[in-house]
Design a protein around this ligand. Structure first.
Ligand SMILES: [Zn+2]
Length: 124
């Protein structure tokens, strides 16, 4: 696996909750990604103040996922005045890689699971 950065930490409740919602969806590779999520650390994934995080699967024996593309699933949430935004899951080399908060104006924090409005899965 990639070397862990110095600021690697466990996921916050919101991060873990949003990831759980994303992985609850049914898509190719979801079973393996769910298994990886049991052994997971996070680190700040961006230089701006947004809530994007890099993910590090700490179990070297974790099963790799064969997903459709590197962004198999995303969640949309209502960010209030700025309208709908999304959290996109990135997978690299079959491993959980990144949760990216996509925003259009001011950087947004990771939403809470309660803010998630819908989950969409990438189809081949
Ligand atoms: Zn950012």
């Amino acid at each position: 696996m990639t070397a862990l950065p110095d600021d690697a930490r466990g996921l916050s409740d919101d991060e873990a909750g949003v990831l759980q919602l994303l992985l609850r969806a049914d898509f190719p590779g979801a079973v393996q990604l769910r298994a990886q999520a049991v052994h997971l650390l996070a680190a700040r994934g961006c230089t701006c103040p947004c809530g994007s995080i890099d993910l590090f699967v700490t179990d070297p024996a974790a099963p790799r996922a064969l997903t459709v593309g590197c962004t198999p699933v995303e969640a949309s949430f209502d960010a209030g005045q700025v309208g709908p935004c999304s959290v996109v899951l990135f997978v690299r080399d079959g491993l959980l890689d990144r949760l990216e908060v996509v925003y259009y104006d001011d950087p947004l924090a990771m939403p809470s699971p309660e803010q998630i409005a819908s989950i969409s899965v990438r189809r081949a």
